[in-house]
Design a protein around this ligand. Structure first.
Ligand code: ADP
Length: 250
């Protein structure tokens, strides 16, 4: 589904991504691991259009998407989760979800005069959709809570929930389990598995928690020094000598 060919991202003279080649299979939950500073987040940001690559190509279903801005990728169903920005923390969890689908009629001035009924209908549909997402993620009891006041793990679920408000095809998750307690981590893992199985989401997951990676991901790709070192099942990766060396070297 996604092919990354000889991708480079340089910051001045520093090569954060240094000739990465990889493929993400449609329908997979692919894990991306590697020591700190390996270039995982930079690679994510280049694929997701947050950063421009220095060189190389990214294709999605055979089409060149290199350097496309995030909103264009969003319309193609390629999403990267983001932490809930400070300015949205005083809105409720439901409102945070309802904000996601862009281009709502209510945003256009003339509609406030000519299309009140249409806006009301759209808002009702969005609200129903948001409630369905909250229920899917087992956090329907948080619908009216302010996003800034829910726990770290619940925020991660909400971040995942935002990808469900649109027709996502591939979702990039950056450390979705960081600082999350075991119970919520299991809820997040279950949600990812269900989205993958029931809604055909493809996932790419950066995560340090190897139990989480082992439970969810096949294949696992290991990066070091801006390149892909190895790919395989987690067991294969753990037994790979280059991988062991890369981790020991940090
Ligand atoms: P990882 O996610 O694998 O820990 P990153 O992609 O965050 O690695 O970082 C790779 C390297 O690139 C690190 O050494 C980091 O310091 C450097 N880096 C990342 N972003 C920037 C930036 N905006 N400017 C300069 N260096 C950066």
């Amino acid at each position: 589904m996604i092919k990354v060919k000889d991708l480079h991202k340089h910051f001045g003279g520093f090569h954060a991504v240094d000739g990465a080649n990889l493929e993400i299979a449609e329908g997979s939950i692919t894990g991306l691991i590697g020591p700190n500073g390996a270039g995982k987040t930079t690679l994510f940001n280049v694929i997701a259009g947050v950063l421009e690559p220095t060189a190389g190509r990214v294709t999605m279903a055979g089409k060149d998407i290199t350097g496309l801005p995030p909103h264009e990728l969003f319309h193609k169903g390629l999403l990267r989760t983001f932490q809930i920005a400070h300015e949205f923390s005083s809105m409720t969890c439901r409102e945070n979800l309802m904000m996601v689908p862009g281009n709502q009629s209510g945003e256009r001035l003339w509609n406030t005069w000519f299309g009140r009924r249409r806006i009301a209908n759209e808002e009702r549909a969005l609200r129903a959709k948001a409630d369905e997402v909250l229920e899917f993620l087992t956090i329907e009891h948080l619908a009216d809570h302010r996003a800034g006041q829910v726990s770290g793990g619940q925020k991660k679920l909400l971040e995942l929930g935002r990808t469900m408000m649109v027709d996502a095809r591939i979702v990039f998750l950056d450390e979705v389990g960081a600082g999350v307690n075991r119970t919520l981590l299991n809820t997040i893992a279950d949600a990812i598995i269900r989205l993958n199985k029931e809604r055909q989401y493809t996932f790419v997951v950066i995560e340090h928690d190897m139990d989480f990676i082992g439970r969810l991901c096949d294949p696992v790709i290991c990066m070091a020094e801006g390149r892909v070192l190895a790919e395989g099942t987690l067991a294969e990766i753990k037994a790979n000598e280059q991988v062991i060396e890369a981790y020991l070297g940090t």
